[in-house]
Unconditional design. Structure first.
Length: 186
């Protein structure tokens, strides 16, 4: 059995619009843990049954920064960071897609998991891209469109309600996960 860790330097960001302005909020801190039960081949972990891999990712809400303190404060309030300090995702299944003839090494992977934002959980599916970097390192990138109503989030407003954030957001990520072999003795 191997433990899964997310390497430092991974990127997670949220994109949205407020009035005529587009904005991006970058995550400063991301952590993830997991276990891989099939250590014979990293590729086998996404082609075998769902019990081969368990991954949970956590993102502190207040590690997100949009570059403007007032905007950050409004976002933390909308995401109810005082009561729910983390955004989390738990992978339920990952299956290699049929159309994987990419010569660059990127594979399309169907994922299904539970995302929790502001205390509300939603089971969601989306496509990610993965690339085997070495026998124990795997790069994963993708994005997911979410709607604030799904998570009972009230959209932030500015200038006495003249500017309202769109209820549609995109969450993007580009991370490298590494397997740590827990069966070896030191």
């Amino acid at each position: 059995m191997d433990n899964v860790i997310i390497e430092e330097g991974g990127k997670v960001w949220i994109e949205g619009e407020a009035g005529m302005i587009s904005y991006q909020c970058n995550a400063e801190n991301l952590s993830g843990v997991g276990k891989v039960n099939n250590t014979n081949s990293s590729l086998d972990n996404i082609t075998q049954d769902d019990e081969q891999i368990e991954i949970s990712v956590s993102l502190p809400v207040e590690s997100l920064s949009c570059g403007k303190r007032a905007m950050d404060k409004d976002m933390y309030e909308a995401l109810k960071s005082n009561s729910y300090p983390n955004i989390s995702y738990k992978l339920l299944s990952a299956q290699l897609a049929e159309n994987n003839s990419d010569t660059t090494g990127w594979m399309n992977i169907h994922t299904r998991g539970i995302m929790e934002i502001a205390g509300v959980q939603d089971t969601t599916s989306f496509m990610v891209q993965g690339k085997l970097l070495s026998e124990n390192r795997f790069q994963v990138k993708g994005s997911k469109h979410i709607h604030m109503d799904t998570y009972n989030i009230e959209r932030p407003t500015a200038m006495l309600g003249l500017i309202k954030a769109s209820k549609d957001l995109s969450v993007h990520f580009d991370v490298i996960v590494q397997l740590e072999d827990t069966t070896q003795t030191k």
